[in-house]
Design a protein around this ligand. Structure first.
Ligand code: NAD
Length: 265
């Protein structure tokens, strides 16, 4: 078990620590870097206790958990079913409840769309497993805990981080775009199945300035020149969209395009 806890400081082995007035507990997958880190910091500032997670960067996760007011870190490889089960179990155990699940972790592959041979079956399976199957499975595993949030007075909330590549026929590669389109459809299907106890929404970012996209000069030029907002998003822009959906008591089944308006062009 790889759990690092920052606060609350007074914990005992027998009882889950109290939340000290926090709004609830939020698990953000893939939250030691990029967009996920911004989402975790934002939800923490908004008053949530946060479960941080990543596949491998445990040291960064522990450091971030120590820095935030109420946070724990759990390492898990979401392509492995047993790891998903452990992640949800440890997340619920950390404070004895779970109110928000942000499925942010995802992988991409850059393949020219015309190069069909390069989009191998192995790549299709890998992307589908992490970008679609894992988010679904995490919701299924967390369903009981998220429904319990409704009994306390507020519906549980799931936010999936998809992509504008799942809305428009473009993106890093065809397998990536299809995986995000699947995630958008999954969002709507789950919203139908799980309401009113659990709301399920998605944020579909366009280009976001992260280390991953630092050398995507063509995409950066496209956003600068064509998007009504004339820039890519910052991770904080996306975190803001997530926070809006989490704060709502009514929105469900929405896929909130957050691409600075590029989809309009
Ligand atoms: P990132 O690489 O910084 O973050 C991805 C996170 O996912 C990492 O923390 C990584 O540990 C985690 N992850 C990947 N595979 C995993 C696995 N098998 N098990 C556990 N964790 C795993 O990238 P990012 O740009 O911050 O992306 C975050 C999300 O936003 C992704 O879903 C991505 O598809 C989506 N997105 C990003 C952009 C962009 O321009 N950066 C645009 C649209 C959508």
């Amino acid at each position: 078990m790889t759990v690092a806890r920052s606060a609350p400081r007074h914990t005992s082995v027998n009882a889950a620590p109290t939340l000290d007035g926090a709004l609830g507990v939020a698990l953000v997958t893939g939250s030691t870097s990029g967009i996920g880190a911004a989402i975790a910091r934002r939800l923490s500032r908004d008053g949530y206790a946060v479960v941080l997670h990543s596949r491998s960067s445990a040291e960064a996760g522990r450091a971030m958990a120590a820095e935030l007011e109420r946070a724990v870190y759990v390492q898990a490889d979401l392509s492995i079913e047993a790891d998903r089960m452990r992640l949800v179990a440890e997340s619920v155990a950390a404070w004895g409840r779970l109110d928000v699940l942000v499925n942010n972790a995802g992988i991409s592959k850059v393949i020219p769309h015309q190069d069909l041979a390069a989009a191998t079956s192995a790549i299709w399976h890998e992307l589908h497993e992490v970008n679609v199957v894992a988010p679904f499975h995490l919701v299924a595993l967390a369903e009981a805990a998220l429904r319990a949030a409704a009994l306390r007075g507020r519906a549980g909330s799931v936010v999936n981080i998809s992509s504008h590549a799942g809305v428009r026929p473009k993106g890093a590669s065809i397998p990536y775009a299809v995986s995000k389109a699947s995630l958008n459809h999954l969002t709507r299907l789950l919203a139908l199945s799980l309401g009113p106890d659990i709301r399920v929404n998605a944020v579909a970012p366009g280009l976001v300035d992260t280390p991953l996209t630092a050398d995507w000069t063509a995409a950066q030029a496209l956003w600068r020149e064509r998007a009504p907002m004339h820039r890519a998003a910052s991770p904080d822009d996306i975190a803001h969209a997530v926070a809006l959906l989490v704060a709502s008591d009514y929105l469900t089944g929405e896929v909130l395009l957050s691409d600075g308006g590029l989809n309009l062009t």
